[in-house]
Design a protein around this ligand. Structure first.
Ligand code: UDP
Length: 322
């Protein structure tokens, strides 16, 4: 039995991770300022004696300084999430991603606690390779486009983490998540899958941004949670960066069509120019496909669930009244 701190533990990924760790008999402390997380996400286990929730921010150094001595390891998930959120909250996003991670790493090092840093496939920027490996180049646009600040703040988190590992010998691992989705995710900050499903169920117009030919690879939350726990638990993974994603590639147009078909919806698809929703200074990635050979060779992980299963599971969840 271990005791974990999950920063951002009331978010979509953090709350699923909390549940999974509690089910395995571990203790969990969550710190979340509910900027993009929800109390609703943790209500099932809020009363569990092995669970403790702090409504606070990773910007609060003092509170972290009190919590971190009590735990064994940290899953650092707290961050600005969602392209739309980042674009609408540029300053806050930079502060939380840079200062928040600095605080966590500084204190993890002070008390020598292992850290897993969640990074993102946004790191790769506009690199359109068939299959993105951890060592591949980052291809980014200019600084007047807010989206790239997100990529850079997370890259800085990675640099910081690697520096702590190399200079201070802090046990640490970094993961880059590729479009994690599944039951319980909300469509408020982008997050196209739950958003399209909601639109389809209400027979409302499906809002495809741009020409819809851009592709993404969606990963089931259950696959991601397994990977996070196994990577954290494996000493061999320390000092490494791993992609976590499902290489199954789908265009956003095809995603919309698939969701309409599965839900038997009468929704029509419309294409909305990016500038109507994201403003003038916006660039999207045309594609982003993970190469997952590295994580597979280290811990034998590969995703079990495809896009159909993701959509089915979200529908079951919604049918059961969320
Ligand atoms: N998208 C869309 N309609 C929406 C929300 C998103 O067409 O209502 C597109 C978005 O422009 C992107 C893709 O779906 O090309 C995935 O968007 P999401 O925000 O889920 O994640 P991203 O990959 O951009 O981080």
């Amino acid at each position: 039995m271990s005791k974990y701190l999950i920063t951002g533990g009331a978010g979509f990924i953090g709350s699923n991770l909390s549940r999974s760790l509690l089910n395995k008999g571990h203790k969990v402390i969550v710190i979340d300022d509910l900027s993009t997380g929800f109390l609703e996400n943790i209500k099932d286990f809020e009363a569990d004696k092995n669970f403790k929730f702090y409504l606070d921010s990773v910007m609060n150094f003092e509170i972290l300084d009190k919590i971190i001595p009590q735990i064994d390891a940290i899953f650092h998930l707290a961050a600005a999430v969602g392209v739309e959120y980042v674009i609408n909250n540029p300053l806050k996003s930079i502060e939380i991603n840079v200062k928040g991670t600095e605080n966590v790493l500084q204190l993890a090092n002070k008390y020598k606690k292992k850290v897993l840093i969640t990074s993102t496939s946004e790191i790769y920027g506009k690199n359109e390779k068939d299959s993105l490996s951890e060592e591949d180049d980052r291809v980014l646009g200019t600084t007047t486009i807010n989206r790239w600040s997100y990529s850079n703040t997370k890259a800085l988190d990675e640099f910081l983490g690697l520096a702590y590992f190399n200079v201070k010998k802090l046990p640490l691992v970094i993961v880059r998540l590729f479009n994690t989705t599944g039951p319980g995710q909300v469509g408020d900050y982008g997050m196209v899958v739950p958003r399209f499903i909601k639109q389809a169920l209400l027979n409302k117009t499906i809002t495809v941004y741009g020409d819809g030919k851009q592709t993404r690879c969606f990963t089931h939350i259950d696959d991601v949670i397994i990977a996070l726990i196994e990577v954290m638990g494996n000493k061999k993974c320390e000092g490494q960066i791993f992609n976590i994603g499902n290489p199954q590639e789908v265009s956003i147009n095809d995603l919309a069509k698939k969701i309409i078909k599965i839900t038997n919806s009468s929704s029509k698809i419309i294409n909305i120019p990016y500038e109507n929703v994201m403003g003038q200074n916006f660039e999207d990635m045309k594609r982003r496909v993970p190469n997952i050979e590295k994580i597979n060779s280290f811990i034998g992980w590969s995703p079990k669930f495809d896009l159909k299963k993701i959509i089915d599971d979200i529908l079951i969840y919604l049918k059961n009244g969320e």
